[in-house]
Design a protein around this ligand. Sequence first.
Ligand SMILES: [Zn+2]
Length: 153
Amino acid sequence: MEQDLSKVTPLVYESRIGVPYNWWAGQTASRFFETIAHDKKLAATKCDKCSKVFVPPRKTCPECFVDTNSWVSLSGEGTVVTFTVVTKKLAALGERNPPVIFALIRPKGADTAMLHILDNIAPEKVHTGLAVKPVFADNPKGHISDISHFEPV
Ligand SMILES: [Zn+2]
């Protein structure tokens, strides 16, 4: 039997692959994660030249191009700079079910903001400028998830 493949519609299968990997956090990020895990605070770096405070900490000031050798401890309380609501189940959500709010949060005392999950508030109630605080995980692992999420103050 002769086959005319031009009349066959190719099928498309959707699948996923898992790619395990390791990355070297470096001294600056390691201090950030260890401070969250052990002190339940945010370790930020401060530029000695322009006085900007970076959280997550930066080893080098992106504006002055000098090493940031000063450290500042922040509680993590801050305000929502912007946010988005994820309504579709994504692998990045882990065990959380949508809707999940991702917020860019500027901690008090910082000149930058960090991305994290905002919880314990209805998506329609979230707004820029909302005062929030971190909720720390019970069993820290030296990972950003040691902050379980942020919630309204
Ligand atoms: Zn600077």
